[in-house]
Design a protein around this ligand. Structure first.
Ligand SMILES: [Zn+2]
Length: 460
């Protein structure tokens, strides 16, 4: 092989690698979008507004059940260029719930802001002469334990622990803590609520010892005694070995460890597949996953677990800081609503949809695909065609004008329609059907495909 061809090949390889990396990132983003959408649709079913069949009135339920629904008459669609260089499809004019416990789409944004807040807080506290420790208290529980009870027992014991003389000694002199509740689930042990706590202390406990337990070990044991005493009041056992762990989180040898701790603390629940346990996001996504390989019982169980989790943690504060800590450190509280609404990068809208068209797309589960197409700036006419096929009902892209700055997707009707289905039979059936009425939001879109015809791309 000549030098030239080798160089050409390595350039080609580099190019292929770059393409593979881009596809990989694209794939991960698509997977995330799909999971976000699955959680959102499950929340819509379990927590969303319900129509009273007798009065016709809509009852309000948890706000997480409204995330992603159109705000008003139209939804603006476009893209932003995100830091990884890939464009992201974005929407304006849909509800943002900011329910960090229940909505994956909002939780990711809020957790990222929390992680930044913790890293900043840690840097300030370090400069003020505090040492940082990570405390993880756990307790034993059985599969039959309901989440509500074990959650309450844990929080009662935690309140007693942080008010104990020992803990006050640990945080004396202007120290403090932040804590995050995490809930996982495993087949063997059921719901596993637990705490991750970062503590700032003036105490400089030595983690090393030449002989016998270190100062950190001794403090860990003292905390274990306090924690197990409190849990015993609720009749619960605390493992001697793993009941509570205390580690130094600011060991200089660990380099960027603290940044990792911040992420672990806030984003831990977003990770998947640790120790055979499921994150609640995995549970929710599985419950709403249309994959036919998932057995009906598994989906039903996931649905029930998510409903129980939502009823227990729905309105709770999973993240909290000790009183006055942020103020003393001069760190702002995270505005969860603003973070959930934040667009990273500049939003460039180039097409809009009528509320009912967007609702149908949302109901049919094609929003992740739509966002992917928006990210690659697919022409409005093509987008309309794809939407029409997925929804089984023609969608037209009306050119801008008459107060519309953007092309507008609306249900196509009448003869001047740019129809996605160019089937003579369909045209005939539409010509004879003069009672062609618009679809009410929320009606099953399948019911509106022309009778007995197979439409391209229509979900079975
Ligand atoms: Zn949300």
């Amino acid at each position: 092989m000549t030098a030239t061809s080798t160089a050409q090949q390595s350039t080609g390889d580099a190019w292929l690698d770059a393409v593979a990396a881009a596809e990989d990132a694209e794939g991960r983003r698509h997977d995330r979008l799909v999971r976000e959408d699955q959680v959102q649709r499950l929340n819509r079913q379990l927590l969303g507004p319900r129509k009273n069949p007798e009065t016709g009135e809509w009852s309000k339920r948890h706000r997480a059940g409204t995330c992603g629904l159109p705000h008003g008459q139209r939804v603006e669609m476009g893209y932003v260029t995100v830091p990884d260089g890939l464009d992201a499809g974005q929407l304006r004019g849909v509800v943002v719930c900011a329910a960090g416990n229940l909505c994956l789409r909002c939780a990711i944004k809020i957790a990222a802001a929390r992680a930044r807040q913790i890293v900043l807080l840690a840097a300030v506290m370090k400069a003020l002469g505090f040492h940082c420790y990570m405390v993880t208290p756990t307790f034993s529980h059985a599969r039959s334990d309901g989440l509500a009870l074990s959650y309450q027992d844990m929080m009662d014991a935690w309140t007693a622990l942080r008010q104990s003389r020992l803990f006050r000694k640990l945080t004396a002199g202007g120290g403090g803590f932040c804590r995050q509740v995490e809930v996982t689930w495993s087949l063997a042990n059921g719901f596993h609520p637990h705490l991750h706590v970062l503590v700032w202390s003036k105490l400089d406990l030595d983690a090393d010892s030449d002989w016998g337990p270190s100062e950190v070990d001794e403090m860990e044991h003292a905390l274990w005694r306090e924690w197990s005493t409190q849990m015993a009041k609720a009749g619960r056992n605390v493992s001697e070995e793993h009941g509570i762990t205390l580690i130094r989180a600011d060991d200089p040898a660990m380099g960027r460890y603290l940044a990792k701790v911040g992420l672990e603390l806030t984003m831990g629940a977003l990770k998947t597949g640790r120790y055979d346990s499921w994150s609640m996001w995995e549970i929710a996504a599985t419950a709403a996953d249309p994959d036919p390989k998932i057995p009906v019982e598994v989906r039903a169980r996931c649905r029930a677990l998510w409903a129980e989790y939502a009823s227990v943690v729905g309105g709770r504060r999973m993240f909290a800081t000790s009183h006055g800590l942020l103020k003393r450190a001069g760190v702002n509280e995270v505005d969860e609503k603003a973070e959930a609404e934040r667009q990273h990068g500049e939003f460039v809208p180039y097409v809009a949809a009528e509320g009912s068209v967007y609702s149908a797309a949302d109901k049919a589960g094609v929003v992740p695909e739509l966002k992917g197409l928006l990210a690659s700036r697919t022409a409005p006419e093509v987008l309309a065609k794809v939407l029409g096929r997925r929804l089984g009902r023609p969608v037209a892209a009306e050119p801008p004008g008459g107060g519309n700055a953007l092309p507008l997707f609306r249900w196509a009707s009448g003869p001047r329609v740019d129809c996605a289905v160019e089937d003579a039979q369909v045209r005939r059936s539409r010509a004879t059907d003069s009672r062609h009425t618009p679809v009410a939001v929320g009606q099953d879109v399948k019911a509106h495909s022309p009778g007995g015809l197979k439409l391209p791309g229509l979900r079975a």
